[in-house]
Ligand binder design. Structure first.
Ligand SMILES: Nc1ncnc2c1ncn2[C@@H]1O[C@H](COP(=O)(O)OP(=O)(O)OP(=O)(O)O)[C@@H](O)[C@H]1O
Ligand SMILES: [Mg+2]
Length: 271
């Protein structure tokens, strides 16, 4: 099992099963996680995000005498021809729980996984939910840029943040994570304005964990990120990002070749 985060499963009746970090499973059941939507609504404090496909709610709950702020993500059914496949494969919530538990054990900074819940009627997947540590005080790069927060930072501070993001991506790649959908909304930053910026990666729906992440995969992740940030960040900042990434990842391909390959990837995505 994953060191640090041991995940256990428990059937709760009514077609509901919970997978949870071993230390929290009893407290979660006691707090009513067997009815996930009631659990979420009765402990909800605010909506974190509901502009994208799934809805994320901030939930405040007491587990074993400790107060927790949890981000509860409710997945909509995959739709299309996925009904049959969903009879046999784990839900997106469970896949993401297991992946983030593995990533945490590999030293990648991710919201600490808490639980996943699947509701099935016979075998058919009706709903799934992911519960993870809420990054309180954090905001995604997309939100920060959208609110123009980066424009009020000093040049020095901006460099610090860009380098922290580059190091986080390099570390994740080094640990074997090919994110697959790395974009500005999947990078959550805490302590953006001052202090030591903490850079979390989120949303592992398209991710794979590999022994080594190939150069092509690194370029795909960075190209996707660069494309999502290119509306906001000038070339100079993007070059700083690449330079820090290459250094942190110990890559030997020269900067100008990275610039060329990432630009090609950005252009490919724009087509
Ligand atoms: N654990 C967390 N703590 C704080 N904020 C979070 C957390 N997880 C996600 N968020 C915020 O919610 C946003 C959306 O998260 P995420 O990408 O996981 O869901 P989604 O995009 O709705 O899912 P999908 O990719 O299925 O559309 C992120 O950009 C981030 O701002
Ligand atoms: Mg997303």
């Amino acid at each position: 099992m994953v060191p640090g985060v041991e995940i256990v499963s428990r059937r709760l009746g009514g077609g509901t099963t919970v997978w949870a970090a071993h230390e929290y499973v009893d407290a979660l059941v006691e707090a009513g996680i067997a009815s996930p939507s009631v659990f979420i609504n009765s402990h909800a404090s605010s909506i974190i995000d509901d502009v994208t496909r799934s809805k994320i709610t901030s939930v405040s709950v007491n587990l074993g005498g400790r107060a927790f702020r949890i981000a509860a993500k409710e997945y909509l059914p995959r739709g299309g021809g996925s009904f049959l496949k969903d009879l046999f494969r784990p839900s997106k919530a469970r896949v993401e729980l297991m992946l983030s538990a593995r990533l945490a054990s590999l030293g990648v900074l991710v919201p600490q996984p808490v639980a996943a819940v699947e509701v099935r009627l016979w075998r058919a997947l009706k709903k799934s939910y992911l519960f993870a540590e809420e990054i309180v005080g954090g905001a995604s790069m997309l939100e920060l840029m959208d609110r123009q927060e980066h424009t009020s930072l000093s040049r020095r501070r901006k460099n610090t943040v860009i380098e922290a993001v580059a190091q986080a991506v390099a570390r994740a790649h080094g640990a074997g994570l090919f994110h697959g959908d790395l974009n500005a909304s999947h990078i959550v930053i805490k302590d953006f304005k001052d202090g030591d910026p903490k850079v979390y990666l989120v949303d592992f729906e398209n991710s794979r964990i590999r022994k080594t992440v190939s150069k092509g995969e690194r370029i795909r992740d960075i190209g996707r990120l660069e494309r999502s940030a290119s509306y906001f960040l000038p070339v100079k900042e993007r070059l700083r990002f690449l330079r820090s990434y290459i250094q942190a990842a110990g890559q030997d391909m020269p900067l100008r070749d990275w610039v060329r390959d990432v630009s090609l990837e950005v252009a490919r995505r724009a087509r």
